[in-house]
Write a protein that binds this ligand. Structure first.
Ligand code: AMP
Length: 330
């Protein structure tokens, strides 16, 4: 088995169109690695993972293709990266089952990400949800990938992937790498509500890559603020979220100026929100133009998806065959 530590795998669930958290926390890192010749990059739409929380069948059918459109619009290039749908490569779910034989139930049940999701959807505490990190380990290791550009919220899952790699190597003599997270400056994008992270499942928390200037302004207008003046700049809540976005879209210097205003003459949130909305929109506009092009060309999209599946499966099949041999299944 080839231990190629320079291989990269990442994915985003097909739960809707991408938001700024996905873009800054994951896609920016995916782009950076794609454009570095030292890495071979595989990027999937995690459509199978979408089944771990309640979903609508017709929406999933649509979103799994839309995320590919978002990927390409954001700069992922099917000539440089393998872009594919997870469900098109059944080796992921096959390997996940083999991996599940080296992980204890207790380890999975104690993961904070599992507990959070059960709290959010108590009626949906399924085996699929419990198995999410095992499937994620299979997604990565089926390609022997050593680098995973994802947000910091995924770190506990990567730890599971490393544990599985170690156990498989020790028990069956495989040569899986221990995958590391590739972090971006936007590894944690806070919610516009001022509480927790930006997330598709929390209304009022996000800005979509498809939002126009007016929508961005409206969403920023809803961020809770304060009097704009005080001895200490808040480190949490809506004000902290705004300043973090300023940092990410306008740079640390702009943030420092606002912070200085806060502790002296006072900060005018209306001005901050106006210029932040402009800065975000300027970055999103070219993505939106490219998005419209591919959305109008379903043949090209089909071709990208089919080619990606073929390339990904060729690698995945090799790993699964070797694992089956080593586990006594061949
Ligand atoms: P998900 O939508 O949960 O499949 O997440 C897809 C990717 O986006 C993962 O790499 C996450 O870590 C990343 N991500 C999601 N929300 C955020 C956020 N608020 N800040 C940074 N990264 C995020």
């Amino acid at each position: 088995m080839k231990n190629n530590k320079k291989r990269v795998l990442s994915g985003i669930r097909a739960t809707g169109s991408l938001h700024l958290g996905n873009y800054l926390g994951a896609v920016k890192g995916m782009l950076e690695l794609q454009n570095d010749d030292d890495y071979e990059t595989l990027y999937m739409v995690a459509d199978v993972h979408t089944l771990t929380t309640p979903y609508d069948v017709e929406e999933l059918r649509r979103y799994r293709r839309e995320v590919v459109i978002d990927y390409v619009a954001a700069g992922l290039d099917p000539d440089k990266s393998v872009l594919f749908l997870q469900a098109d490569v059944p080796e992921h779910t096959e390997l996940a089952f083999y991996f599940s034989s080296v992980v204890s139930m207790a380890r999975m049940q104690h993961l904070p990400t599992f507990k959070d999701k059960v709290k959010q959807h108590p009626e949906h505490a399924t085996m699929a949800l419990l198995n999410y990190p095992v499937l994620m380990a299979a997604d990565i290791l089926v390609y022997q990938a050593g680098f995973v550009p994802v947000g910091i919220d995924q770190e506990p899952h990567l730890e599971i992937a490393r544990e599985i790699a170690r156990k498989m190597n020790a028990q069956y003599g495989t040569d899986f790498p221990e995958p590391q997270r590739f972090a971006t400056k936007g590894e944690y994008v806070p919610s516009l509500t001022g509480e927790g992270k930006m997330s598709k499942s929390v209304t009022g928390s996000y800005i979509n890559l498809t939002d126009d200037l007016e929508t961005i302004k409206k969403r920023l207008a809803g961020v809770p603020t304060d009097a704009g003046k005080g001895s200490e700049v808040p480190s949490e809540g809506g004000v902290a979220s705004l300043l973090q976005l300023v940092s990410l879209f306008q740079g640390d210097e702009a943030r420092q100026q606002y912070e200085q205003a806060y502790t002296s003459e006072g900060l005018r949130y209306q001005d901050l929100k106006e210029s932040l909305a402009q800065a975000i929109y300027e970055e999103l506009q070219p993505i939106q133009e490219k998005r419209a092009e591919l959305a109008a060309d379903s043949e090209k999209l089909d071709e990208i998806i089919a080619t990606g599946a073929e390339k990904a499966q060729a690698i995945a099949r090799e790993t699964v065959t070797e694992v089956k041999e080593r586990m006594g299944l061949l």
